[in-house]
Design a protein around this ligand. Structure first.
Ligand code: FMN
Length: 218
């Protein structure tokens, strides 16, 4: 599966198979977590944690067997939400290529019960559930292009249109898609609207745009 296919194929998976992940799969996921970490955001794999999703909200959100997840961690005094979105989405698409399912989770888990090891000066930004899917899942409903983009479709360069399509496939918290894409000269610019988790969403959307268009975004 190419990264462009992964962008189209991905949708959130909240119900996973009961069986623990094999050592081989764990090793692959750990390696990807390390590969997608950076100076500001450390991504840590936690396996077999039966408490983190043992909350009313997680059950209400229909999570099942969500025992494995990546914790996205940064220093307490830094605002790294956008970077976390960017690096996390890179990871999500690589995991998709392995044939596993993921779901970004900012709210419906227990921060207090989360088993990721943290230093005194670190915080969890959000987590990403991961595992063998036990459901098909469904694609999210997307806004039309003209609701998220200031450029008319007929005026879009091909690379830009590919990026906009990739951005529309990106997961956003509560499926809000509150971002705006514009063109400044020959540079794409994406800005976040006001919404919970909007900066994480912004990083995710930027990653999808860049991967789908092959062009850097401001
Ligand atoms: C930053 C962020 C936080 C999210 N938090 C939650 C959450 O707390 N609980 C949940 O069930 N889904 C959560 N989601 C998943 C979104 O609801 C989902 O991505 C969106 O509805 C689009 O659907 P899709 O991922 O299938 O394309 C979150 C997604 C993002 C990007």
């Amino acid at each position: 599966m190419t990264i462009k296919e992964a962008i189209k194929h991905r949708h959130s998976i909240r119900r996973f198979k009961e069986a623990p992940l094999s050592d081989e799969v764990r090793a692959k996921l750990s390696a990807l977590a390390a590969e997608c970490s950076c100076d500001e955001v450390s991504i840590r794999l936690v396996c077999g944690d039966r408490e983190c999703f043992d909350t009313f909200l997680a059950r209400y959100g229909k999570f099942k067997n969500a025992y494995n997840y990546f914790a996205l961690v940064s220093k307490k005094d830094q605002d790294t939400d956008e970077k976390a979105g960017y690096m996390g989405q890179k990871l999500v698409l690589k995991v998709e290529e392995l044939g596993l399912g993921t779901c970004w989770v900012g709210g419906t888990y227990s921060k207090g019960k989360c088993k990721a090891e943290l230093a005194e000066d670190e915080k969890i930004i959000c987590i990403i559930a991961v595992g063998e899917p036990d459901e098909q899942g469904t694609k999210h409903r997307s806004k039309p292009m003209d609701k998220i983009c200031t450029v008319k479709e007929e005026d879009m360069p091909t690379w830009f249109k590919n990026g906009v399509i990739g951005a529309l496939y990106a997961p956003t918290a509560m499926d809000q898609q509150k971002f705006t894409i514009s063109l400044d000269g020959d540079e794409a610019v994406i800005t976040a609207g006001k919404a919970p988790f909007a900066k994480i969403d912004l990083g995710i959307v930027k990653y999808n745009f860049e991967a789908a268009s092959g062009h850097e975004v401001r």
